[in-house]
Design a protein. Structure first.
Length: 98
């Protein structure tokens, strides 16, 4: 079976779709928003003639052939700024208590 992919540059929406065996076994769609040059993430949706459309899972992609220093930390491993500030305050409280 063959698949198709597309990238809408204006909305930065990336999708890959694949029909299996002439559509008899259904269709899968991998889709996500391109918000980072080195990393992509999104969801997998699918359906078939005997199954309703549903979210089947999530995916993450990393650009290969790039040094880790250039790519940086993947967005799914970054901590929100609020958590970083809370950890800094807790560390200061621990040092002050000693």
């Amino acid at each position: 079976s063959q698949g198709k992919w597309s990238l809408d540059v204006r909305s930065q929406f990336f999708s890959i779709s694949k029909e299996s065996w002439g559509g008899w076994l259904g269709k899968k769609l991998w889709a996500g928003v391109v918000d980072d040059y080195y990393f992509l993430q999104g969801s997998v949706r699918g359906w078939s003639p005997i199954q309703t459309a549903s979210v089947l899972g999530q995916w993450q992609m990393k650009r290969l052939g790039v040094s880790p220093d250039e790519a940086g930390v993947a967005p799914w491993f970054e901590q929100p700024e609020e958590e970083e500030e809370e950890e800094a305050v807790e560390a200061e409280d621990t040092v002050a208590a000693e």
